[in-house]
Design a protein around this ligand. Sequence first.
Ligand code: SF4
Length: 333
Amino acid sequence: MEIFTPVYYEKFRCLADACPDSCCQEWDVDVDPDSAAYYRGLPGPLGERLRQVLTDTGDGTVMVLEEGRCPMWRRDGLCEIQKRLGEAALCRVCRTFPRLRHDYGTFAELGLALSCPEAARLILGETASRMEVRQTQDGQEAPDYLPEDMEILRDSRRAFLRFLDKETYALPQSLGVLLLYAHQVQGELDGEPPAPLEEARCLEAARKYAASRTQPLQPFFLGLEILTPQWRKRLQAPARPPKWQPEHRALLRYLVQRYWLQAASDLDLVCRAKLMVSLCLLTASLGGGLLPTAQLMSKEIENSWENIDAILEAAYETPALTDANLLGLLSLR
Ligand code: SF4
């Protein structure tokens, strides 16, 4: 099995006590069964403390936050478990975050989560879509998709990333091309003959379909699960026209790399294209620096499968997420 990684993957180093945010705050830490059993069996004051803070939910075990932070977080910004027992003693999620693995049976892709500020710095600093084969591993599983569908998705993602890297168009136009091209690839997945990416034709169609009167995205996002007061406040601020920054191209690369192939699970690429377009539009409309805004967006949206599913499900019925509205918000004319 081949394992692919973006080139920045190996550069990641946790900022630990110098982290401006910390992954130890705002969400309960899911503790895997082996770690939970190990923690509960530890002797002494640390074991006692862990037995107090580990809570079984219907779905597993979590460490419930205290004053908005993991109870193992220390005032010096370090983790009590790591400090006393070493990195190997961390539970799986703390050991791996922000590293991601997308397993497609015959191959896998590794990545970093944008919700970590150091990962966000690396992701948004990328100037081209570069993936490399990191290693080959023995063993693979039979995929639960048809190989020809995955081939369509991999080829089309490669074609779109190549187009994006050429920087032929500004980002709003590139997002318009993305949405129209996703419809074309969707046709291929549904049995239509293959066709190359023709960006000028996609852009022309995108301009034609764009609504002249648009609805902002913020009310829809306010209806999703919200983790932090600052995200609610950002969404409640008056809607502003999108302000595009050079790093938005890197954000789009990351979204395309992360979500495009996931369409193999249900053969719906269009709803994922809408997810990518709406997250780019949202971060451009909220103002402020892109890095902290994108990191916060990722924490609120990408780290919640409920929120991602809600967006994918709403893609065809919510007025703010129609093709016409998204294209209208891009101001392509
Ligand atoms: S958010 Fe990222 S940099 Fe900060 S402590 Fe967690 S892994 Fe380290």
